[in-house]
Write a protein that binds this ligand. Sequence first.
Ligand code: SAM
Length: 234
Amino acid sequence: MTFNSAEEKRSYVNEMFGRIAQRYDLMNKIMTAGQDARWRKLVIKAANLPSQGRLLDIATGTGDIAFEALRLHPDLSLAVGADFTLPMMQVGQSRNKGLPVRWSAADTLYLPFPDAHFDAVVSGFLLRNVVNVRQALLEQTRVCRSGGRVVILEIPRPADTLFGSLFKLYFHRVVPVVGGIISGQKDAYSYLPASADAFLRPDELKTEMERVGLGNARYRMLMMNTVALHTGEK
Ligand SMILES: C[S@@+](CC[C@H](N)C(=O)[O-])C[C@H]1O[C@@H](n2cnc3c(N)ncnc32)[C@H](O)[C@@H]1O
């Protein structure tokens, strides 16, 4: 899947997530065999939130990372879930299990928050979708306080290994068919593997994090090296 301009990609991503919002959570569980819930816990652990901490979950979608944060840290003083696709957040709001997520309409490239506002800024499966990764990282770093953490969960470009090729086969052949059946939106689940193919490798994303000034940038691989969890410190 190719886009002729940054604006074309941005509009496609925004509109496409609106179309799959109702079936997004179900399809995630099927695709990851339920592992996605465990990864979200790891994101919150990596965020190293202090008591009474302030968290931004950018590209919160249906809010699962923000919900998990409030479950693990009920004393958070602020948990913002922000996204530019309102139907995703509306699904999250309708499933909100009484947890005080503060929902916010926001584009990750222009965050509507003051400098150093959060103790941690986390994201799940966002960066592949943005038209300017550097700008997204700069904004996440800007709104994070000094000493705070930026944590990124993402599907990197598959490795050039036998397993990487098998994963690509699954991702390109199986996921669009299953996603099409579950959501009725096959193109969305063809975009998913295409966006991973076009994304950075884990060491490249680590370098990008260092370039925006994040220290001690590191990552660990999950799900047989198909998902990466990056952490950096401001
Ligand atoms: C794959 S979903 C991930 C949702 C959630 N974080 C999770 O872990 O399930 C990607 C989300 O990123 C959001 N998104 C993509 N580009 C964005 C941008 N520029 N600004 C804000 N949100 C964006 C989409 O609307 C979508 O909700």
